[in-house]
Write a protein of this length. Sequence first.
Lengths: 215, 594
Amino acid sequence: MNRLQELLNPQAHLKESTNMDMPYIVHPREDTGLFNAKLGIWLFLASEVMLFGALFSSYILMRIGAFQWPQGSDVLNVPLGALNTVILISSSVSMVLSWVSLKEKNLGKFRLCLAVTILLALGFMVVKAFEYSAKFSHHIFPETSTYFAIYFTLTGLHAFHVMGGVVVNTYFLFPGTKMWQTDPERFTNRIEVAGVYWHFVDLVWIFLFPILYLL
Amino acid sequence: MSQQGHAHHDPHELPFWKKYVFSTDHKVIGIQYGFTGLFFLFFGFCLVMLMRWQLAYPEQPVPVIGKFFNDSSMPGGVMLPEFYNSLGAMHGTIMVFLGIVPVAFGAFVNFVLPLQVGAPDMAFPRLNMASYWLLVVGGIVMLVSFFVPGGAANSGWTSYAPLAVVATTGQTYWLIGMAFLIQSSLLGAINVIATTFQLRAKGLTFMRLPFFVWSQLVTAFLLVLAFPPLLAAAVLQLMDRIAHTSFFMPSGLLVSGQPLEISGGGSVLLWQHLFWFLAHPEVYVLILPAMGIVAEVIANNIRKPLWGYKAMVYSVVFIGFMSFIVWAHHMYLTGMGTAISAFFQATTMIISIPSVIILTALFISLWGGSIRFNTQMLFALAFLPMFGIGGLTGLPLGLSSPDIYLHDTYYVIGHFHYVVAPGTIFALFAGVYHWFPKATGRKMNEFLGQLHFWPSLVFMNGIFFPMMIQGLAGVQRRLYDGGAQYAHAKDYLDLNVMMSWSAWLLAIAQIPFIINFIGSLFAGKKVDSDNPWEATTLEWQTPTPPGHGNFLTQPIVYRGPYEYSVPGASKDFTSQNEPPAGASQPAGTSQGVH
């Protein structure tokens, strides 16, 4: 447990021993059934649901109040959107597999799966960049219409979340892996938490794709 | 005995900047929040003191201070209307998001809550540090915005569109600053919830939690769930301002007689809905921590259990839930339609019930208590009627027909200032006097405390009560000249002189507090025990001040939070971690360890 304390609080080793360590970093608390970070990520996702919920509600309000609203499939590239949906769902699968690999104590497979997740996420961003630049080259910008305003805002904010996931996963792929040597269980937990976040990012896209591209 | 120094506070342990600046210790972060919040409270108060000059003596040069301002804000010392608007908008923003929330939530929750639940720290110490520094960045962005062309945001703290969309650059800074403040509160709130759920000491069941913990827990849920929609709204408004979208811009909008080059089709009501969906829960973010502090102080100083603890807990949870479905009572005048207004006035009337239950329980608690009238108790006692006035004057605003008359008058300002100024801020002072000995090992001076309390009580009422009179007479708020161009307002504008003098005297009444606070840090009377107020809750079972890791041994809780004057007990308070009589006492779980 002293080692945990040190990881939690890097300067802890500089101190006299404390009498209380941070509990439930690795193992779940009995009455909640969660370790600390898992509760933390679920609370964070609750706030994310409210963030995207507010934006989806705004979308509905703008749309029912609009004189005219384009059919998404007329103005956006549905095959590219569908490709991105497949890419993101695949990345969710590889994310789960990376966590499973750690449970199987297979670090090599973990590295492979996490690298695939990151590459798929970057692939998603490349496709998104193609879509954006195609719009810009046709002089379509957020200011063009309310539809494109909400399209660029929602997909842009989602892309930020994708990039956030890429940064976190890249950290775990390279420097973060150190923890596997010292505290494998805690490292596995970290990957689980990162995975929960990643599935949420995926889930947001699963809502975005139909409402923006299809409806 | 006080156990500071020695092993726990060896000055050579950590470099200064790690121990006091970029600290991950919840107590240090709490104190950082406290100093930052108190600074911004003072700063926001300064803004309004300037405004009060303009209201009391319209278009006369501000004496002494006026010449320090440049021609874009106060040419010749006379305040420009644009600057007045900036002051108003920033007073509201700073007081709410940078003053009260950091002190009521940031400071007290960080310092007290982990101690009260028997935790070694907050669940995520580094996240805790991040949320404090996000607050600092947000505060700096807000301060910098005063110096950009056109000055700080000037569309009111509510930043209603389309005015805010076409406003000067300061509004962009406001939105960016708010994004930081939102993230800060969000991370802090996640930490509070995780700490309360995960790190409660053994035996500390939910119904044994001090009321303070309950109120802060509900507050944290409000922050987690209500702040993100404001972030969404801020993103949309930022898009409107920077990418020239039209989320909040209707078609055919003319500004200065010129049609805007925008696609149009947006909804101005959308901003109000998103804003108030945050901002009404935010009202409870401002008041619930205050109720929690007051409950702790009252329970400690009446020397008997709180009356109706369970009812108070259920009420605070119910308030938390209901606060999400009352937001549109701020929007009766927008023409939402009578059906929606009827719904929101019904929910508004319902949410007043649990607040009244809490207040009533606190009042009844006083009955038959042997009350200690120390400074913190005076502030807590004053909170009850002051918040009572604030709450009851809110009822006419919650009903849609009287609100049509009262909306945007000084009555509204009087109402919510009674809630947050002599309400919440008094509770904050009570908390400072109450927990000061735990944080520093010294008590604050009682005489200076009384000298702080009594004038503050008088002048608070001197400021805000006349606002009710002005408001009922129909005097509109947010007017640069206070309403001088309106015939119906003329007879009531004289009150502004008295209100302004009350405000300035209130500032002078804070001097004893500042002297007391700083003086007591160095020369206050040292406490002779870790539990100087003879309180029952766990924070008093730590060394004073608590070292890193807080408790010397993991506390185990055997009883409820307010076991004062238990019949048959040897003393008039029984700590939560004191084992039941006759039970074998596990080593080092009671005060005996000291």
